[in-house]
Design a protein around this ligand. Structure first.
Ligand code: EPS
Length: 397
């Protein structure tokens, strides 16, 4: 891999805290704490969340790597304390095993419980689920918020919206989204703020109502719902990533990052799976000249051709499965006793697709910040800017 940036996270869902580290981040990038916390708050919202989000009020405390509001070029470290921790001290005690704590042995189908039991030779599924929990994504969002502040220095904006929840699909979406000439960073920012106003982060008000109703129904029926969200980045220069070797392809790196979001089962770029149904003449984006400028009227490739950015908005869609923690649990086998029974159940979310869209923004920001560092250097913002501007001049951008 040619990755310059590395993101690490640690922390159990009901442990003391989440920790995030960003290594390889350039020096002298102005970073605002309120912007990190704003992204954390966005991830916590969304219709369909469970009781946990009433307890937490995520805030990132920076431990290292920032001085006087600017990055130092050293590893960035931050912590997000779990407010729920006092309620879990016995169950999650790092040192002492309390005799009253019963082990969990009936895995939830669809969860990391089952394979994690075997891989790590655990005898209590809590040892798997605590880390498999999507709580971990709070640390990614905090680190992603720092990456977005680097991207902003180069005019790149990242936004997202929810397309589908539990079979209810948005159909009347703003025209700017499908017109690459109108989908600029300021327009995208505006759409993102609009999506934030919606409890399900949907830009189609009629679909929004039906999505909420579907979530209400699922809650009544003690069920859960998945869906699909789209993340878009505008303002990227062409030529980031590479076609020359498989692991340098930027589309592959984006797919990896999105697939790593808990519960994501499919990732598409541009027209994605729709490309199976159309001929080549309707699958690509013609290259045109308009008043001396190179333009594209369509963005079917989703901003990526041959594993490189083509200068058009990057469009990624991810599909999330319904969460496997069910109040009316599915059948399973007790792994200790080898008896059929139903899976254990815990407090959880009915639907977390809106929250996942914010995690998607963070992951895209991370991968794109990495691609920027790779292309323009990662010592300092000043170095990056000189290299970026020289590239734009040389390539007539
Ligand atoms: C999650 C279960 C719920 C979610 C959690 C992810 O938490 P709890 O088990 O404490 O009720 O709320 O999400 C978060 C805590 C978060 O910050 O997003 C799970 O099992 O994955």
């Amino acid at each position: 891999m040619t990755a310059k940036l590395r993101m690490f996270t640690a922390g159990e869902s009901h442990g003391k805290a989440l920790v995030g580290i960003l290594e390889g981040f350039p020096a002298n990038v102005p970073v605002r704490k309120d912007e990190i916390d704003r992204q954390l708050a966005r991830r916590q919202r969304g219709y369909g969340r469970g009781g946990r989000m009433q307890i937490e009020q995520d805030e990132a405390q920076v431990l290292a790597g920032i001085r006087f509001g600017k990055t130092l070029g050293s590893p960035l470290a931050l912590v997000i304390w779990n407010r729920d921790w006092p309620n879990w001290q016995e169950k999650m005690d790092p040192w002492e095993q309390h005799p009253n704590i019963e082990p969990l042995t009936a895995p939830r189908p669809g969860h990391a419980d089952y394979p994690g039991w075997f891989k790590y030779r655990h005898r209590d599924l809590r040892n798997v689920l605590e880390r498999a929990s999507a709580r971990e994504t709070a640390a990614r969002v905090a680190l992603g918020a720092i990456c977005r502040q680097l991207l902003q220095q180069f005019g790149v904006g990242v936004a997202s919206h929810v397309i589908e929840i539990g079979g209810v699909r948005a159909s009347h979406l703003p025209a700017e989204l499908s017109d690459p000439r109108r989908c600029t960073p300021p327009v995208l920012n505006e759409l993102n703020l609009r999506a934030d106003q919606s409890p399900v982060r949907c830009l189609d008000p009629e679909a929004e109502e039906r999505m909420k109703a579907a979530i209400d129904r699922a809650r009544e029926e003690e069920d859960t719902l998945g869906g699909q969200f789209e993340v878009i980045a505008a303002g990227m220069p062409p030529g980031l990533g590479s076609h020359v070797h498989w692991e340098r392809r930027l589309d592959a790196r984006i797919a990896h990052a999105f697939m790593s979001i808990p519960a994501v089962k499919a990732v598409e770029i541009g027209l994605g799976t729709e490309l199976a149904h159309v001929p080549g003449s309707q699958a690509h984006d013609e290259i045109l000249l308009e008043a001396g400028r190179i333009v594209r009227a369509t963005n079917r490739a989703g901003g990526l051709e041959g594993g490189m950015t083509n200068g058009l908005p990057i469009v990624v869609r991810a599909t999330m499965k319904p969460l496997p923690t069910l109040m009316r649990p599915l059948r399973t086998v007790d792994l200790l006793r080898r008896e059929e029974r139903v899976a254990f159940t815990e407090r959880g979310d009915v639907c977390a697709v809106p929250a996942a869209s914010i995690v998607g923004e963070a992951m895209l920001a991370f991968v794109l910040a990495d691609a920027f560092c790779e292309a323009f250097g990662n010592d300092s913002l000043e170095q990056m800017r000189i290299n970026y501007e020289a590239y734009c001049v040389q390539m007539g951008l």
